[in-house]
Design a protein around this ligand. Sequence first.
Ligand code: NAD
Length: 476
Amino acid sequence: MSTPFDYAPAPESRSIVDIKPSYGLFINGEFVDGHGKSFKTISPATEEVLAEVAEADEADVDAAVKAARKAFRAWSRMPGRERAKYLYRIARIIQERSRELAVLESLDNGKPIKESRDVDVPTVAAHFFYYAGWADKLEHAGFGSNPQPLGVAGQVIPWNFPLLMLAWKIAPALACGNTVVLKPAETTPLTALLFAEICQQADLPPGVVNIVTGAGGTGQALVGHPDVDKVAFTGSTEVGKAIARTVAGTNKKVTLELGGKAANIVFDDAPLDQAVEGIVNGIFFNQGHVCCAGSRLLVQESVADELLAKLKRRMSTLRVGDPLDKNTDIGAINSAEQLARIRELSDIGESEGAGRWSPACELPSTGFWFPPTLFTGVSQAHRIAREEIFGPVLSVLTFRTPSEAIEKANNTPYGLSAGVWTDKGSRILHMANQLRAGVVWANTFNKFDPTSPFGGYKESGYGREGGRHGLEAYLK
Ligand code: NAD
């Protein structure tokens, strides 16, 4: 990509990871062969096959749920301070093996190493540390004097933050005394399988954590299993609705973390250079594969031209390419299917009359790539303003008054996050009160912390993960 100055390549070595040619399922503390078929997981940056992974069928899922049920008796009765020791041990091993985890995540997912190394993996460790701290204090969490675990949790996660979503699911479940069967996404199973090795290394009792790999069918078998007490799902709104239908009428407790179409709102008194950094972080972090991405920029009309000029200048400095290069800002799109969806919606944006712009950008010839893109002249009726693109594509709309900004921001079926950029504290509080979003960031974006709850309104799902609130989903 053309930049004001050239950087020499600075690739992180991949020799630290030892990827096996094939992986089984992690059930009852051991890797076992599945009864089903297997599938390949590839590097989205090169299309190279990384490994062959077992696809769990109904019988495999049943074996995993049985192992979790058997382990539940002892795990749930273990004093919280003892469970905490395992979680602390896991957290420390994650820190010790952080480079290995980061390289593997970037290889399998396509995200830049500077993000997997500096954001994903440290936040994963932080979640295990944080929930380890709760394990012996549950009676003080505000959910009754003697809160009890639910039992076996069936957890299904997406591909955009494979290890971080695993941590969001497993850490609170275990801290509360539940056992789990987790299904990672079919395009990114490898860090969950390395996490299984970490469970072995930490001497976690067999059956407390079980990992079943596979696609939608495996997920369906898990959430529909009659002996699962709790379903935790992160993924698309469409699959979330299907899961809600599957569990309707059962005693299963459910949390759904679904899609988003967040507004990032810039007022005319905002520090514009800082806002530009926040906009770039909001939509180009993790290739825009972020449920809470600031995919709709709402900018006050009086500063729109100035802001867009600065934004385009900044976008021209973004480096797209090898995820393992430490200089890379935007890595590979996770799969051919996701790339096709981004292309389709972007083409629709153009045909509906929005103005498309990307900086000059040379993309690698193999692998899945999409340049950072913005659309101007977007109206609320445009599909690119309404639908989640889940890629590095920003739709720009303008507004004149705060009430118009609120109306436009809330005019969406989703409600996961929002951003507000202004110099006025009173305006931040006013906007935060009016925006129907689970998280509202002020003069920043995409800030994550294990102590802070996260979750959505409307079609973005229900339930909260993270913080003290996140315990509630795993306690009676
Ligand atoms: P997806 O819904 O297609 O898949 C998510 C997971 O569900 C995968 O593991 C998949 O194998 C599994 N699955 C598919 N069909 C299933 C079924 N019928 N029953 C059970 N499991 C099934 O979503 P995706 O494409 O992997 O992820 C992208 C979506 O996830 C986006 O919409 C994004 O906004 C959302 N997401 C939300 C959050 C959040 O916290 N709200 C976080 C990350 C991603």
